[in-house]
Design a protein around this ligand. Structure first.
Ligand code: ATP
Ligand code: MG
Length: 418
C-alpha cells in the first residue's frame, strides 16, 4: 500500500509552522511498515484541498489529510472532501452530542459554529478524538481509504495512535514488533563497526541509528505477515544486538538517563548535590525532571563566577589562580564542596568552556571536567565535546549523568563520551 500524506494550512506554506504532523505521521507509518510514497502541502481553500485530494487519489492507494477540521470559517477540509468524493455533508447527531458533552465537561460555552464539526461526508466512519473536539474521519472511496485528522499536533498524534495506525495495520495484514536500545559513549560510526551487517541476518527487520545529544538510540522494527515469525526474529535481533552493545546501553524504550540514575540513587538510598559552572544548572534540571526526584536531589549550586565557587563550595583561591576555573582540580573541589556543604553522599562538579567564545589553545571550546565524589571514591574525567554552545552543554550534562551512572554501578568509567 502506497500512501500520500496531504497537510493543509497556509501557515505551513508560509514557513511559519513547521510541518511536524508530516514528520510524526511518516515515522509512525514507517514503524507500521506502511510506505509513504508522496507528501504534499496545500493552502486552506476548498479549491486547493480538492486539488490536493484529487491528485493524491490518482496516484496513491490511501490518503491521509491533516488540518482544517476545526469550527472556524477557514476550516473547510470536510466541505472540500465532500465535494471531491460526491458525498454531501450530513449532520451526525452522535458527534454533535459528544462535542456538546465535551464543552459541558470543560465548563465552556459552545461556539456557534461548533456544529460544523458534526457535519460529515455521508458514510464517513468516525474516529473519536480523545484530546479535542473534532473527530477524525475515515471515508472509503472506490476501495481507497481517505483519512482526515485534525491539524493540532497533539490531537493528530492521539488519533494516529488510537485509530489510524491500528486501522492501516489491519488493512495491510502486517504485524510489527519494535524495540529501542539507548546507548551512550560511542559515535554512530563506531556502533556501526561493532554491529556490522548483523541486520541482514534478520528477515523483515529494520535497524535505525538515531543519534542526538543523548547518545545513539538503536531502534529495531520487525514486520511481517506471520506473528510467530515476527516475534522470533525480534527476540533474536534483541539478543544479538544487546550482546554486541551491552557495554554502552543505558536504557531501553523511551527511558531517559535521568530516570535510570534516579532509580540507582533510590536503590542505594543516597542523596545528591551538584555544583555546576558551564552547564548552568542543566544537570540538576535533568535530575529534577523526574517525578519524585525530591527523594534524592538535595540541592544544586550554580557557581558561575570564581567568587561563587569559593564562597558557596569552598574552592581554594590558589587553585583557581594557578590552574584556572576550567581544570580537573577545581572540578574535584566543586564535587567535594557540594557533597560536604549539602551533607549528602554524592557530590558532582562540572566546569568547562561552553563557547562559542572564551576558548584558548590549551583550553579549547568543548573542554569540560566532570568530577564525582561518593562513598565509592572520587573520580574526575575530562571530556572533549564538539558543537554549538547548546550542544556542548547538553552533552556535558548527559556525559556527567552517564559517568555518575557508571560510577554508582561500579562499571568502567572510561567509555569515550560522544
Ligand atoms: P482547530 O480546531 O484548532 O482549528 P484544525 O483541525 O482545524 O484544528 P488547523 O486549524 O489546520 O487544524 O491547525 C490547528 C493548529 O495546528 C494550528 O496552530 C496549526 O499551526 C497547527 N498545525 C496544523 N497543521 C500542522 C502541521 N502539519 N504540522 C504542525 N502543526 C500544524
Ligand atoms: Mg483550524
Amino acid at each position: 500500500m502506497q500512501v500520500e500524506i496531504v497537510t493543509i494550512g497556509n501557515e505551513i506554506l508560509s514557513g511559519r509552522t513547521l510541518d511536524t504532523n508530516f514528520a510524526t505521521l511518516a515515522r509512525l507509518l514507517e514503524e507500521a511498515s506502511v510506505k509513504v510514497a508522496w507528501h504534499s502541502t496545500v493552502g486552506d481553500t476548498q479549491e486547493r484541498i480538492a486539488e490536493g485530494l484529487t491528485r493524491a487519489l490518482d496516484r496513491a492507494d490511501a490518503v491521509i489529510m491533516t488540518g482544517g477540521l476545526g469550527p472556524t470559517p477557514d476550516d473547510v477540509t470536510r466541505k472540500a472532501v465532500a465535494t471531491v468524493l460526491g458525498r454531501p455533508l450530513q449532520l451526525d447527531e452522535d458527534v454533535l452530542e459528544s462535542i456538546r458533552e465535551r464543552a459541558r465537561r470543560m465548563g465552556r460555552k459552545l461556539v456557534v459554529t461548533a456544529e460544523t464539526m458534526a457535519l460529515l461526508p455521508r458514510g464517513a466512519e468516525v474516529w473519536p478524538n480523545s484530546v479535542g473536539s473534532a473527530p477524525g474521519l475515515l471515508v472509503i472511496h472506490r476501495d481507497k481509504p481517505v483519512m482526515l485528522l485534525p491539524g493540532v499536533p497533539a490531537e493528530m498524534l492521539a488519533l494516529a495512535h488510537e485509530h489510524l495506525v491500528p486501522y492501516l495495520r489491519e488493512r495491510t495484514g502486517r504485524v510489527i514488533e519494535s524495540f529501542t536500545l539507548r546507548t551512550y559513549g560511542l559515535w554512530e560510526s563506531q556502533l556501526q563497526e561493532i554491529i556490522g551487517a548483523l541486520d541482514d541476518a534478520w528477515p523483515g527487520a529494520l535497524l535505525a541509528y538515531l543519534p542526538s545529544s543523548f547518545g545513539v538510540d538503536l531502534r529495531v522494527t520487525v514486520s511481517g505477515a506471520n506473528p510467530a515469525a515476527v516475534r522470533e526474529t525480534s527476540l533474536r535481533a534483541y539478543n544479538e544486538l544487546f550482546a554486541k552493545v551491552s557495554g554502552v546501553v543505558y536504557a531501553e524504550g523511551a527511558t531517559g538517563m535521568e530516570e535510570v540514575l534516579g532509580a540507582i540513587l533510590v536503590e542505594k538510598g543516597w542523596r545528591i548535590a551538584a555544583a555546576e559552572s558551564c552547564t548552568g544548572g542543566l544537570f540538576t534540571k535533568r535530575l529534577t525532571d523526574v517525578p519524585g526526584s525530591s527523594r534524592y536531589v538535595e540541592r544544586g549550586f550554580v557557581t558561575y563566577s570564581n567568587a561563587a565557587k569559593v564562597e558557596l563550595l569552598g574552592v581554594d583561591e590558589e587553585t583557581l589562580a594557578a590552574q584556572g576555573a576550567v581544570s580537573a582540580a577545581v572540578a574535584e573541589q566543586m564535587a567535594r564542596g557540594a557533597r560536604e556543604r549539602a551533607g549528602v553522599e554524592v557530590g558532582v562538579g562540572i566546569t568547562g568552556v561552553a563557547g562559542p567564545d572564551g576558548g584558548s589553545d590549551n583550553k579549547p571550546v568543548g573542554l569540560v571536567f566532570v568530577a564525582l565524589s561518593s562513598p565509592l571514591g572520587d573520580v574526575v574525567r575530562v571530556l572533549r565535546l564538539y558543537g554549538s554552545r547548546t550542544t556542548v552543554r547538553e552533552r556535558a550534562a548527559q556525559s556527567a549523568l552517564d559517568l555518575l551512572r557508571r560510577h554508582l554501578l561500579e562499571l568502567p568509567v572510561d567509555a569515550t563520551p560522544a
